[in-house]
Ligand binder design. Structure first.
Ligand SMILES: NC(=O)c1ccc[n+]([C@@H]2O[C@H](COP(=O)([O-])OP(=O)(O)OC[C@H]3O[C@@H](n4cnc5c(N)ncnc54)[C@H](OP(=O)(O)O)[C@@H]3O)[C@@H](O)[C@H]2O)c1
Length: 247
């Protein structure tokens, strides 16, 4: 992918990893549209920046996604890059009968959100030069954290879906997977100061170096996520599952 001169849409661009990616890509000379449910955080992200824009979308809502995609294409006809970053992570206790609302919301946001938004933008993107889709999965796509079962499952699904997307759009859209390790953001309460999690700035620094490689790696994997990404291949999968369960 080219690293400047793109018009990039980033979901979940008002906080955490999405926000930092938005600012870093903007600093490299890209037009960036940040999207999320809350205009206030989006406006805080773009404040004082050139070529940054904010738009509200709820990726849980199919009608909102279709209308949003039409609006993005109308307002930013040069859009050539989508980063499906918005996501939620909930703890779930599977040991007795429970209300499944968290599980359903997690599937709709983390899995159907990217599927729907990609679907709504595909006809546009396949006709754009240098088109790119980045799907944000997780190290937990490869080794589950037992306390967040549906979250892990959505990320494993996004990993698989991304491979199919890459094959089907070969030659038309470059498909990249970004699989973060545990990073200090507010994805879960208190996580932004949790010890052992990677500081957000360090994470983004390493990620931007990987994005600048030519050709761009099809999976953006910082050193810290490789233990999980390659656990099965390297023969320490069971050990990794147990290690995460103790966290
Ligand atoms: N931090 C980690 O340790 C880690 C590790 C692996 C993978 N990831 C992945 O990285 C991505 C970013 O997470 P983060 O760590 O940066 O956490 P974050 O700061 O909580 O970011 C998540 C973003 O998603 C947006 N979002 C959530 N639900 C949405 C919806 N229905 N519609 C539109 N936007 C929605 C949120 O904005 P609003 O609430 O304003 O809508 C928020 O900006 C997620 O996909 C996450 O699963 C994170």
């Amino acid at each position: 992918m080219k690293t400047s001169g793109n018009t990039i849409l980033i979901t979940g661009g008002g906080s955490g990893i999405g926000r930092e990616l938005a600012l870093r890509f903007n600093a490299l000379g890209n037009t960036v549209i940040v999207a999320g449910r809350h205009m206030k955080t989006l406006e805080e992200t773009i404040a004082g920046q050139q070529n940054m824009h904010a738009m509200v979308v709820d990726v849980e809502d199919p009608t909102s996604i279709e209308a949003f995609a039409e609006r993005v294409i109308a307002e930013y006809p040069n859009l050539n890059m989508l980063i499906n970053n918005a996501g939620i992570m909930r703890r779930e206790d599977l040991s007795s009968h429970r209300d499944l609302r968290d599980a359903e919301q997690t599937i709709v946001t983390n899995l159907m959100g990217p599927i729907r938004l990609t679907n709504a933008l595909t006809d546009h993107l396949v006709n754009q030069p240098d088109a790119v889709i980045v799907n944000v999965s997780s190290g937990l796509a490869f080794v589950p954290l037992s306390g967040t079962p549906t979250y892990n499952a959505t990320k494993a699904a996004i990993h698989s879906y991304t491979i199919s997307l890459r094959e089907q759009l070969k030659g038309k859209v470059e498909i990249i997977e970004l699989a973060p390790p545990a990073v200090q953001t507010e994805l879960t309460p208190g996580q932004s100061t949790r010890e052992g999690y990677m500081p957000l700035n360090d994470y983004i620094e390493e990620v931007m170096t990987l994005f600048s490689q030519q050709p761009t790696p099809k999976e953006i994997l910082v050193e810290k996520v490789k233990f999980l990404r390659w656990a099965e291949r390297d023969g320490h999968f069971n050990q990794a599952v147990e290690m995460l369960s103790k966290m």
